[in-house]
Design a protein around this ligand. Structure first.
Ligand SMILES: Cc1cc2nc3c(=O)[nH]c(=O)nc-3n(C[C@H](O)[C@H](O)[C@H](O)COP(=O)(O)O)c2cc1C
Length: 243
């Protein structure tokens, strides 16, 4: 164990924050750590939008699937995967010629990896400084609304959002359990789990209890309106990148 593994193993998502706003020095440090994350070809194919405007926070609380705690965060960081700057530079410097490869889904996914890795650096840095955070996946919904709200040009997609605030006075939640290694880690090659192993992995008690929980979970996540909207929104965004 060291300081970093201590932070990683003790963190949990924070949804109730101290009312003290995060200082600009602390935010600068968090952004510095986010930017120091590895990125493909060191291209940093992202833009970080630092949101402090209460009205904007309020709107994001609603457009991100009505989650009121979003507006109570001191700061919101929206990580956008961004090929707009590189595309413009390629054109400005004449690197890209007519008929050359255009931006497509591969650029979308690679730049999204850059953005998400930078976000996770921000999470770890913040946590180490007494600043809790929570990812908000719903920023990927309502693409057209978020595009207008944040004035996003073509080839910029808000793929990842963090709400941040100092730890509250109340005790921090204990870390949530993770699945055992046997279900998550394979040696050298993928090993498909047997039905018995799947049942052991997901069991929460009796067969009946697990069955009921699995149905509730499926309906709350994969089969929910917000998941369907996320799928629609992502398809719309990726199609825009291909045009
Ligand atoms: C991509 C992503 C999207 C998430 N979206 C939300 C969200 O919209 N609202 C929320 O309250 N938590 C959200 N979370 C937090 C997860 O619920 C949380 O990480 C998970 O339950 C594990 O708990 P822990 O982070 O406390 O260990 C998200 C996490 C990730 C990684």
């Amino acid at each position: 164990m060291n300081n970093i593994t201590d932070v990683l193993l003790s963190r949990s998502s924070l949804r109730k924050f101290s009312s003290t706003p995060i200082t600009s020095e602390d935010m600068d440090e968090i952004i510095k750590c986010a930017k120091q994350a590895p990125s493909a070809g060191n291209m940093q194919m992202y833009t970080i939008i630092n949101i402090t405007d209460p009205q904007l926070k309020e709107k994001l609380s609603v457009t991100c699937d009505n989650q009121p705690f979003i507006k109570d965060a001191s700061h919101i960081l929206v990580f956008c995967n961004d090929m707009s700057k590189w595309e413009r530079a390629f054109n400005l410097y004449g690197a890209k010629q007519p008929g050359d490869k255009s931006i497509d889904e591969a650029d979308f996914i690679l730049s999204m990896q850059d953005a998400v890795i930078a976000a996770q650096n921000a999470v770890v840095a913040a946590e180490s400084m007494g600043i809790g955070s929570c990812y908000i996946g719903d920023i990927m919904e309502n693409y057209e609304i978020h595009q207008e709200l944040l004035h996003l040009p073509k080839y910029v997609f808000p793929c990842c959002m963090l709400v941040l605030g100092y730890f509250p006075d109340a005790p921090i939640i204990a870390p949530h359990k993770r699945y055992d290694n046997q279900y998550i880690v394979c040696d050298n090659t993928y090993k498909e789990l047997s039905d018995e192993q799947i049942e052991a992995m997901f069991s929460i008690g009796s067969q009946e209890e697990t069955k009921a929980w699995m149905k509730r979970f499926y309906d709350r996540k994969i089969n929910s309106d917000f998941f369907k909207e996320m799928g629609r929104s992502l398809h719309a965004a990726m199609n825009d990148w291909k045009k």
